[in-house]
Design a protein around this ligand. Structure first.
Ligand code: GCV
Length: 631
């Protein structure tokens, strides 16, 4: 191994991600000439035969290793070149087993805007879209505007494709779910085609997020004399015709285009509800438009403030979609976040997965750490995603989407350890039964030559729980500073924004009690869960304490199993979270001799910052919450 990977002395900036092999150029590779063959010829230490076996499942591969007289010859078989590519990367990782992906849809969601910025992006600007600085400024800040004339960065996108293919990702949504209608204009479709052409040989399909009101501002080729129309009502024949014409226009350029992702009637986005139509009306209309070309619609259930405005926010997705179950076309997939609120450090699973039984479903996980320290904290997310799969059986889903954490930063993700989350997402989308340990070990080996470093592995595995402890223990949630979703703001209240964006709405602390009563005596969100969880969560004696203040309102004198009161328990947990980060710093210091200088320094600087932040969370939250008990 030591010969294969980059030497310790060589400066590393993280750009190569987990693909740090040095070219060896000694392997003999026979079989079809394809990217798999090129990769193996360059990086393999053994001779390999590639075989096409048309009877195999799509994307599956079979690896056979034969050692004869000290010489290793392997055979990789697959249905086509993409399967061979997956097999090649597996072999280069040291795997010698057969494998097939659990999910057909393993998709990254980029929340990238056409002006080059990224919503909840913490690693620089978009790798896909470039904007230019406008002359106008907003509160002293530069405003970026679209610039469709900018050429694409084909080399970078090829690297992106390679990295994704190496972990089995096979789809990418190129733009933000808060979508600009301009995404569907001819000039941008042409750019999407350029991306599709680069990504195709790596087995990656492109998808787009669409703005439901696009027909009102963008022309569709061959329709209405090139003029937009006055409505986006999904039952209006002209609207249906517009989307059909648009689908035709897209597929003429990108025959294997994947389909659309839609955020409708949520957080100000247009949708069918604007015309008193249902989500099914909207989704089915789009589904019919892409169906002849084999496209799909991923319709998001992250909807609040629409038909069920005012209801406990965590209940609204079920309220909006339950009655529509079974009414969607077969090429519509309902895409839901893992938790019912919004990617918090810890949430109970989203009960929409229990309530929807006759509609295809996908889970949306967030790789970008919007609420978990962004690219400044070391937080390994595999344990959180595995926790979700403990409640929602992987078989219930037809695919997995991950909100990407990728940007133009040299190391792609901002924090070197955030790369582990991109990696883990791909590996879990391929096989949701892999353990967090296995993935961490693999990633540490490939990224830092440190697969055997138990301390680093333990740091990764403990990091998400530490984050929960120093941000929001025992079921606290959404007590972040407004908008940035980074630091603490437990007293946050702003009369000018929806109440569901204000921290005080979630913890409801007063001089007597704290917590959100979501039991049958309160918002009754517990009733949306299947048994045994419904009963388990509803009853304070059986509700796991990690969800205590999520589901229950308790007096300050309430004692937890530890014998500590709520405030004492908070005190204990915040302190424990801080101590964990101190320990991560110690572990990282001990690993110093084994890690290249630049990456060691960069991670160290971020860990120091993480510690400051953890202490700030502890101080601000303890000051605030203890103020109630002193009155
Ligand atoms: C893309 C949260 C985020 C928003 C995001 C939204 C969503 O509210 O803060 O930035 O918008 O979720 O998932 O649609």
């Amino acid at each position: 191994m030591a010969l294969v990977f980059a030497g310790m002395a060589k400066a590393e900036d993280g750009h190569q991600l987990w693909l740090r092999q040095q070219p060896i150029n000694k392997a003999k590779v026979t079989g079809p000439e394809c990217i798999a063959a090129q990769e193996l010829r360059t990086y393999s230490t053994q001779n390999v035969t590639l075989k096409i076996d048309a009877t195999m499942e799509q994307d599956a591969y079979c690896i056979k290793v034969n050692s004869e007289q000290g010489k290793v010859n392997s055979v990789i078989s697959a249905k086509n070149e993409i399967g061979l590519l997956y097999g090649a990367y597996a072999l280069l990782r040291g795997e010698t087993t057969d494998s097939e992906p659990f999910y057909k849809l393993r998709i990254l969601n980029h929340w990238d805007n056409l002006n080059g910025t990224i919503e909840r992006g913490y690693a620089g600007l978009s790798v896909f879209w470039k904007g230019k600085a406008s002359e106008r400024k907003f509160h002293g800040r530069t405003i970026f505007v679209e610039d469709p004339d900018q050429p694409i960065n084909a080399e970078l996108i090829k690297e992106y494709a390679r990295a994704n293919a190496s972990i089995g990702i096979n789809g990418t949504v190129l733009n933000n779910v808060n979508a600009s209608p301009k995404m569907l204009s001819a000039i941008y479709i042409n750019k999407v085609k350029q991306y599709a052409d680069i990504l195709r040989p790596y087995g990656i399909k492109v998808y787009l997020s669409v703005n439901f009101a696009s027909p009102m501002s963008i022309p569709a080729k061959g329709f209405n004399g090139g003029k937009p129309i006055k409505t986006a009502d999904p039952l209006n024949p002209k609207v249906k015709a517009w989307w059909k014409a648009k689908a035709k226009e897209i597929y003429a350029q990108i025959p294997d285009f994947g389909g659309f992702l839609v955020k409708a009637n949520s957080e100000g986005q247009p949708g069918p509800f604007d015309y008193k139509r249902t989500h099914a009306d909207g989704a089915n209309m789009l589904a019919d438009a892409v169906k002849p070309f084999g496209g799909i619609i991923m319709w998001r259930s992250f909807v609040y403030g629409a038909a069920h405005s005012g209801e406990d926010r965590v209940k609204q997705a079920v309220s909006e979609f339950k009655d529509l179950d079974g009414k969607f076309r077969d090429n519509v997939i309902l895409q839901s976040k893992n938790g019912p609120l919004d990617f918090q450090p810890r949430e109970p699973y989203a009960p929409i997965f229990d309530n929807i039984k006759n509609t295809k479903q996908m889970a949306e996980l967030q790789i970008t750490q919007e609420y978990l320290g962004q690219s400044r904290h070391l937080t390994y997310l595999a344990p959180m995603w595995r926790e979700f799969f403990g409640f929602v059986a992987p078989e219930k889903l037809v695919g997995i989407a991950g909100v990407a954490n990728i940007g133009l930063d040299k190391n792609w993700c901002g924090h070197h350890f955030s790369q582990a989350n991109w990696y883990a997402f791909g590996r879990l989308a391929w096989n949701p039964n892999l353990t967090s340990e296995q993935i961490a070990e693999e990633w540490l080996g490939l990224t830092f030559n440190a697969s055997n470093n138990e301390a680093l592995k333990s740091m990764m595995l403990r990091s998400r729980e530490a984050c929960v402890d120093y941000m929001m223990p025992i079921g606290l949630h959404h007590i972040f500073a407004f908008d940035e979703h980074y630091g603490p703001e437990p007293d946050g209240y702003n009369a000018h924004v929806p109440l569901e964006w204000c921290p005080v709405y979630y913890h409801k602390a007063n001089n007597d009690s704290i917590g959100f009563d979501r039991t049958h005596t309160g918002s009754n969100a517990t009733a949306q869960y299947r048994e045994p969880y419904c009963t388990l969560y509803d009853n304070i004696n059986t509700c796991p304490e990690r969800y205590l203040l999520w589901f229950h309102r308790v007096p300050w004198s309430y004692q937890l199993k530890s014998g500590r009161t709520v405030l004492e328990e908070m005190d204990y947990r915040y302190a424990r979270g801080v101590k964990e980060v101190e320990d991560f710093i110690r572990i990282w210091n001990e690993a110093k001799p084994n890690i290249d200088e630049q990456r060691w320094q960069e991670v160290d600087a971020r860990l120091q910052h993480q510690l400051e932040n953890a202490k700030e969370w502890q101080k601000v939250c303890m000051n605030y919450f203890s103020s109630f008990t002193k009155k």
